[in-house]
Design a protein around this ligand. Structure first.
Ligand SMILES: *Cc1c(COP(=O)(O)O)cnc(C)c1O
Length: 401
């Protein structure tokens, strides 16, 4: 049984986006090599699948990205990493989160790669590794100006030597995270890039040995090939969206679509109000279509009076309050709307440009970012996974015959 409000997760689009990106990285690297400037080798891709793969469903997305050739997958915390291992993912998994107050068992039991971003995390992981008699590979996070997690770039000589001296910990890679990669005008990006490079020199001087570097989220991937280093760490791009306000000529396709159906159509008279708060008052005889999707499904209440849906290939405004399980759209100007008609929140309903709505557009309507639109898709919305043009590919694993 599937509700009529459901999301489609197109793994073919995901894999195609991965390949588009991979090809772009290789092409640019070749150009850089010829020009003798910028990153001369194609970086590997650390595919970011945190937060349930930005709402798309972590397990099928991670398996598809692994199959496509991701060097590594990245998650927010140990629990997300363990979930992927239980789903059969074998690729290396990087954990971004702080780990200082986590139960770190899962790191060892499930072969996850932790990020060490504070002395407290270093101590927790070091004593756990010593207790198990193993040597744990980690990525070191440098704070170059985001001022969130990471060892400050300007006092590494004081903070890092104990970490490097540990016999239980092994430094595999060093990374940083940009605060303003999506703001073309901000000088902070360049400051962070310089600080990161300086920090890497300091690590050299401290004898940190050969190690890999990574820094680029989606915006930085799009923006500046100098920060690609050994790996890039895209999330949003893989899901087919470019962080606003940036643009790209890369042929990316949104992976998620969200649709429902009209369940009722009714006429309201001039001056009658629709929905909680009676905020929409019909200025003319109006036809309202009721759609069984609301804020419990992740549709933001601010869509009222701002957002649109596609019905019969046309855009219909969302009017009246978005309630928990329902919302209403004005279909007065669209002929023949009837129960059962498809309603598109995210996706396409025809080939014209205005017959497509993506998470970036929806985010702009309500003053947020496409990341939030995707991540907030409600838990009760079934994700129907499509691959090779078919669905579903993710049945419960059955006995092999
Ligand atoms: C989420 C995240 C990314 C990916 O960001 P996008 O903008 O989706 O590409 C990369 N690195 C870190 C540390 C992150 O937390």
């Amino acid at each position: 049984m599937i509700r009529c409000t459901s999301a489609r997760v197109d793994l073919d689009a995901l894999t195609a986006n991965f390949r588009v990106l991979q090809t772009h990285l290789a092409d640019e690297a070749r150009t850089n090599r010829a020009a003798g400037a910028g990153t001369p080798h194609a970086p590997g891709i650390i595919a970011v699948v945190k937060a349930n793969a930005y709402g798309h469903g972590a397990r099928p997305v991670a398996r598809a990205l692994e199959a496509a050739g991701a060097t590594m997958l990245a998650v927010a915390d140990i629990e997300e990493g363990v979930d992927l291992r239980e789903a059969g993912v074998r690729a290396p998994i990087l954990v971004f989160g702080a780990l200082s107050v986590s139960d770190v068992d899962g790191v060892f039991a499930h072969n996850l790669t932790p990020t060490i971003s504070s002395p407290a995390a270093a101590r927790a992981l070091e004593s756990a590794a010593l207790a198990r008699g193993t040597r744990l590979a980690y990525h070191l996070k440098i704070d170059t100006g985001l001022n969130r997690l990471g060892f400050r770039h300007d006092n590494l000589r004081r903070t890092v030597p104990p970490l490097l001296a540990s016999s239980a910990l092994y430094l595999d890679a060093v990374h940083t995270h940009f605060a303003t990669a999506d703001e073309p005008e901000s000088p902070a990006f360049e400051d962070q890039r310089r600080r990161f490079e300086a920090a890497c020199h300091v690590l050299d001087e401290l004898g940190a040995g050969p190690r890999l570097r990574h820094a680029a989220n989606s915006a930085a991937v799009v923006r500046d090939s100098r920060v690609w280093y050994d790996f890039v760490r895209p999330g949003l791009l893989l899901y087919g969206l470019v962080p606003p306000p940036l643009h790209t000529t890369l042929a990316l396709r949104p992976v998620m679509s969200l649709t429902s159906r009209v369940v009722a159509v009714k006429g309201v008279r001039e001056n009658e109000a629709v929905g909680y708060g009676a905020r929409f008052v019909a200025g003319r005889p109006t036809t309202i279509a009721v759609v069984p999707a609301g804020y419990a499904d992740g549709l933001d209440r601010r869509l009222e009076g701002r957002g649109h849906v596609l019905v019969r290939g046309r855009r219909a405004p969302i009017v009246g309050a978005v309630s928990m399980d329902m919302l209403t759209v004005d279909v007065t100007d669209i002929e023949y709307v009837e129960p059962g008609d498809e309603v598109v929140f995210l996706g396409r309903q025809g080939d014209e440009p205005w017959q497509t709505i993506d998470a970036r557009e929806m985010a702009a309507w309500i003053g947020t970012i496409p990341y939030e639109v995707l991540c907030r898709l409600g838990a009760r919305v079934e994700r129907i996974v499509e691959q090779d043009g078919e669905s579903p590919i993710d049945p419960a694993p059955g006995p092999k015959t």
